[in-house]
Design a protein around this ligand. Structure first.
Ligand code: IFM
Length: 453
């Protein structure tokens, strides 16, 4: 009979001591205060007010009321032991007309938030654009128009001048693929347009805006670390007919290389540029150099993978799914991290979002949400992060999506991504078991054992 000796007990693997441990949110999804203190209308305010756009006909007018509760939310983060917080800044609070006059109370809100975070020992990671474009700029053409990129850089400079004495880590844009494609091609997100030409133009201008904003921040604060956040949905091929292979290549280029290739100086993927019939008329001299300005880190948002074959909807064997029907397949994150490391030269990778919408129907004897499925999701993905670090991939941090249950865009408030429950009637916050588990992980730098659902 085997007896367990000290030498046979597996040694828990540890994350590096300087690992960044955070949670992420975005302005529109949590702040509420939709027209407080001079804030103007964003494309998401308009989209929510358009009948039929949001599954439960809800909006972001109150959301988690974070605008009025940010102090308590910082205290909550501190209780959980987070050492970083990724949030976004609302352009419509800071420059309500999109460009021009600065709205002091809007900027003051973020100024206070940054001070509160720093006082609590939490490093602020603001994102300058998480989808809430001033409606006034959409009315002038939105991201398909180059002027939006210029206005974005002006706004970035304004924020950096105010917060740059304390904020050391910035991300410019969140998920350029989603901005361009869900907003301008699929029409599922604000502003709800369905035009391939507009989507491709938007994808280019979002990258140009990123490059211009990076320059604007570095001009104010040369030592700042600046990155961009890209979402990836790795493509798993189904079938190997020439037609299937073509579709897989286009899907992979369009969803997973369209942004990182130009950010790394490789230009847009040729094969897919040709397949889309894009004549690159929006690309002006100097743009590709601007887009390829060195970033200090690449932010990676990862949730799931997709199957692509010859027929729409065709797929291989799938694992379990979240309550949004997204497949849970942690090895795809590990492969993605290694692919990014091998294919590009980003000095550091940060997992800026990872998490799952789960049903949250079970509670423990204290009434706390017993989300063992979310814990298993997080643990599975964090194992992959550890494997990647062990293999030499420079992953420097991880942000759970999301700190709070919040407004999940076109899905409304149905899907729950938070590690902290928010009662929509009382706004009471209550950490779920996943939050306590995550706090344990941060304290010990090792992945605590999990009780599989
Ligand atoms: O809620 C979103 C977030 O705003 C951007 N990344 C994906 C999350 C889940 O869909």
């Amino acid at each position: 009979m085997m007896t367990e000796t000290a030498s046979e007990t597996p040694i828990a693997r540890r994350f590096p001591v300087d690992f960044v441990w955070g949670a992420a949110t975005s302005a529109f999804q949590i702040e509420g205060a939709a027209d407080a203190d001079g804030k103007s209308e964003s494309i998401w305010d308009r989209f929510c007010a358009t009948p039929g756009r949001i599954a439960d006909a809800s909006d972001g007018r109150v959301a988690c009321d974070h605008y009025h509760r940010s102090r308590d939310d910082v205290a909550l983060m501190s209780d959980l032991g987070l050492n970083a917080y990724r949030f976004s800044i609302s352009w419509t609070r800071v420059i309500p007309d999109g460009s021009g006059e600065v709205n002091a109370p809007g900027l003051d809100f973020y100024d206070r938030l940054v001070d509160d975070l720093l006082e609590a020992g939490i490093t602020p990671f603001p994102t300058l654009y998480h989808w809430d474009l001033p409606q006034v700029l959409e009315d002038q053409g939105g991201w398909p128009a180059r002027a939006t990129a210029e206005a974005f850089a002006e706004y970035a400079g304004t924020v950096a001048r105010r917060l740059g004495d304390r904020v050391t880590h910035w991300t410019t844009i969140n998920e350029p693929f989603v901005i361009a494609n869900l907003g301008y091609l699929m029409g599922e997100h604000a502003p709800g347009r369905t035009d391939l030409g507009a989507a491709i133009a938007a994808s280019h201008h979002v990258l140009v805006g990123h490059g211009m904003a990076l320059d604007a921040i570095k001009e104010v604060q040369p030592s700042a670390e600046v990155g961009i956040v890209v979402n990836f949905t790795p493509v798993t091929p189904v079938g190997d007919s020439p037609f299937a292979v073509d579709r897989q290549r286009v899907a992979n280029d369009y969803e997973n290389r369209w942004y990182t290739d130009p950010l790394s100086g490789k230009g847009y993927p040729d094969y897919t540029v040709e397949r889309l019939g894009w004549d690159q008329r929006e690309v002006e001299p100097g743009d590709m150099e601007l887009i390829a300005r060195p970033v200090d880190f690449l932010g990676i948002n990862f949730y799931t993978r997709k199957f692509v074959g010859a027929i729409d909807g065709e797929r291989g064997e799938r694992g379990g799914v979240t309550s949004m029907g997204w497949e849970i397949h942690p090895p795809a994150l590990g492969r993605l991290l290694r692919f990014l490391d091998e294919s590009y030269d980003f000095p550091k990778l940060l997992v800026t979002e990872n998490g799952a919408a789960m049903p949250d129907t079970e509670r423990d004897h204290d009434g706390r949400i017993a989300d063992r499925d979310r814990i298993a999701y997080l643990a599975g993905h964090l194992e992959q992060v550890l494997d990647a670090i062990d293999a030499g991939v420079p992953v420097g941090g991880y942000f759970a999506w999301s700190l709070l249950d919040n407004f999940e865009w076109a899905w409304g408030y149905g899907p729950k991504f938070g590690i902290v429950e928010v009662d929509p009637r009382t706004q009471e916050r209550r950490p779920k078991q996943s939050a306590l588990w995550y706090a344990d992980l941060i304290r010990s730098s090792t992945i605590p054992p999990i009780d599989r659902p």
